[in-house]
Write a protein of this length. Structure first.
Length: 243
């Protein structure tokens, strides 16, 4: 099915571009910067990774294999061969990928969350820990939220190797076991450790659409999977720095 997007004439320029980490006949893997949406939505059309890629390569059939929030930077896989779309998209839908994220957040004691559980994986150390809860995201409401009920979101959180980045802020490494909307941001905030630069959690902060001064300090650092076409292991690593 051909997708038709509206043509936007008065669209602000996103002054950041992506690097191509890998490409072959089937896929293109990019290192997406903060603030650049993956696909057209709302006010963004040409200033998205998808449309920039299609224009750069002259290939209108390119589609994303998965999603990454506009405010999150890091590794994104696009499929250029229409015959391979299903193979790569199912990799992500069936969670046959391993994702590693990095973020900056307060260097502070964790807070007991209101809902769900936390379990230390190497007691008596606090980290690494497993955070489990139920996360709900309603259409038209900016924030996702946690509620009682069957767990649908799991994240392993550990201290990052880099130590303190600046006063009262440190790096954390996040391993999502599920892929709910805003999962990492909600889970970090629920522990009293909201990610630096987060305009949604714990509260919504209104910013001008062209204010790029305070990025969300969250990067999809590494993505690994067995390539469904070549049947070889692939690992892609973002070079976008935190802080």
């Amino acid at each position: 099915m051909t997708q038709h997007h509206r043509w936007v004439t008065d669209e602000p320029r996103i002054p950041f571009d992506f690097d191509v980490l890998y490409e072959d006949a089937g896929i293109v893997v990019i290192d997406k910067p903060h603030f650049l949406a993956v696909t057209p939505r709302g006010m963004w059309y040409r200033e998205t990774a998808l449309i920039r890629l299609r224009e750069r390569y002259g290939e209108p059939d390119i589609v994303p294999a998965h999603r990454l929030d506009r405010l999150t930077a890091g590794v994104v896989v696009f499929v250029r061969d229409p015959a391979l779309r299903g193979a790569y998209q199912m990799l992500f839908q069936e969670r046959r990928t391993t994702k590693v994220y990095e973020c900056l957040a307060p260097a502070a004691p964790i807070r007991r969350p209101r809902y769900g559980t936390i379990a230390s994986l190497e007691p008596p150390r606090v980290f690494p820990l497993l955070r489990r809860s139920r996360i709900v995201k309603q259409r038209g409401i900016l924030q996702a939220y946690e509620e009682p009920g069957a767990v649908n979101a799991e994240t392993v959180i550990e201290l990052g190797a880099g130590g303190y980045v600046e006063r009262n802020v440190r790096a954390y490494t996040l391993y999502p076991r599920t892929g709910k909307t805003h999962q990492l941001r909600v889970h970090m905030n629920s522990l009293g450790l909201p990610i630096v630069g987060d305009d949604f959690y714990p509260r919504i902060i209104e910013r001008a659409y062209d204010d790029f001064s305070r990025p969300l300090e969250l990067v999809a650092r590494q993505l690994s999977f067995i390539d469904p076409v070549a049947h070889e292991p692939r690992t892609f690593t973002s070079r976008i720095p935190l802080g």
